[in-house]
Write a protein that binds this ligand. Structure first.
Ligand SMILES: NC(=O)c1ccc[n+]([C@@H]2O[C@H](COP(=O)([O-])OP(=O)(O)OC[C@H]3O[C@@H](n4cnc5c(N)ncnc54)[C@H](OP(=O)(O)O)[C@@H]3O)[C@@H](O)[C@H]2O)c1
Length: 349
């Protein structure tokens, strides 16, 4: 089978580079177009981009010429790691031109006909694409959640299905890479914890899981009726967001029952054996000092969410720690898995 040509919007940025790294040698997709701002357009990718991941960009991409994001693109499938100041308009325009835009940016996540997708959790939300296509005339946008939300919603999904989640308190310890490059100044973060992340981080964590864990009825999203309270922190860790989660369930469940449900969690990507699907979307760790970002973020090639320290909570009933690799499962990796599900379901234009 010849590979499906894809383009990367925002290819020079932190998330764009992760797309290019994860798509090197992908069995279905091949990066043939890279786009970024006017600052980068006209240069070869290797010159436009300061590569900040291990090794070098793949040779097949390094020589590509960077274009602006207005196209035209020959790739029907476009991944977007665009800055949110421009992603909204650019993605809308490209969906209007018939492209499938698989976006990592926040702009369209809460739109009424745009799926906010984690393939293991809410693949049924892809039905909203049919509604969206009536509006655009053919193309569409599919988004993935905020990087912390991916880990949180994956941990909540099996609990919600089995017991019903009523209320969640979450305290995040978020890695530096979540702020892109150069991110937080080293003199601000070394030997320190910053109890604030801009861009409405807490609001996203409090709202996005309700859409993801909610239902799609007659083409309209009905959010899950849970209350979430988030308190976010930037910490001196390169990759991997850790979250202390406190959960009140409708039907009471002890730590052992919760651990069983979490460990057994599987979804459509595992059934279909999609190329980026980890064998286990959630791994339950039993050591009392895990998960830790440095030791556990790369489980399942960065696609597995680690959950540990599952125990009773005097306030809400159940508590645990969850860890997600923020730039793989929390960003480019989940977007690629979204595109694999679109292809497997025959939904790519
Ligand atoms: N970092 C993470 O872990 C993470 C996780 C989840 C979601 N996100 C979201 O993903 C998006 C990208 O984040 P990032 O950290 O990769 O940002 P970044 O490193 O700043 O990269 C931004 C990209 O957007 C391009 N861009 C900026 N202004 C543009 C314009 N006017 N027209 C066209 N392209 C433009 C940049 O191109 P130039 O190089 O040419 O300027 C660059 O390729 C953001 O929406 C962010 O919120 C990030």
């Amino acid at each position: 089978m010849s590979k499906i040509p894809v383009g990367i919007l925002g290819a020079t940025g932190a998330v764009g580079q992760r797309f290019i790294q994860l798509l090197a040698d992908h069995p279905w997709f091949e990066v043939v177009e890279v786009a970024a701002s006017d600052r980068s357009a006209g240069k070869a990718y290797r010159e436009a981009c300061t590569w900040r991941l291990a090794g070098a960009p793949p040779e097949s991409v390094a020589g590509l010429g960077v274009t602006t994001c207005d196209g035209p693109f020959r790739s029907k499938l476009l991944f977007s790691g665009l800055d949110s100041s421009v992603a909204g308009e650019v993605e809308t325009a490209l969906a209007g031109k018939g492209h499938a835009v698989v976006s990592n940016s926040r702009n369209h996540r809460m739109d009424a006909d745009v799926p906010l997708l984690i393939p293991e959790v809410n693949p049924d939300h892809l039905e909203a694409i049919a509604v969206q296509r009536k509006r655009t005339g053919g193309g569409y946008i599919v988004t993935n959640p905020n990087c912390s939300v991916v880990g949180l919603a994956m941990a909540l999904a099996p609990l919600h299905r089995a017991f019903g989640v009523e209320a969640v308190g979450v305290v995040t310890l978020q890695a530096l890479s979540g702020a892109g490059h150069p991110g937080v100044a080293s003199m601000d973060i070394a030997d320190n914890v910053i109890p604030f992340i801009g861009g409405g981080e807490e609001e996203k964590i409090e709202s996005e899981p309700c859409k993801i864990l909610g239902a799609l009825r007659d083409g309209a999203f009905a959010p899950a009726g849970m209350t979430i309270s988030a308190s976010v922190h930037r910490v001196d860790v390169t990759d991997g967001h850790t979250m202390a989660c406190f959960v009140r369930l409708q039907r009471k469940a002890g730590p052992e029952e919760a651990a069983r449900v979490l460990a057994a969690f599987r979804g459509e990507p595992q059934e279909r054996k999609l190329p980026s699907a980890p064998e286990r979307p959630i791994e339950v760790l039993t050591a009392n000092d895990r998960p830790q970002p440095r030791l556990d973020r790369d489980r399942g090639k960065g696609m597995t969410v680690s959950v540990g320290r599952i125990r009773s909570d005097a306030l809400l009933g159940l508590r645990f720690e969850a860890l997600v690799h923020n730039t793989i499962r929390g960003a480019a990796g989940v977007a690629i898995l979204n595109a694999e599900l679109l292809q497997a379901r025959g939904l790519l234009p």
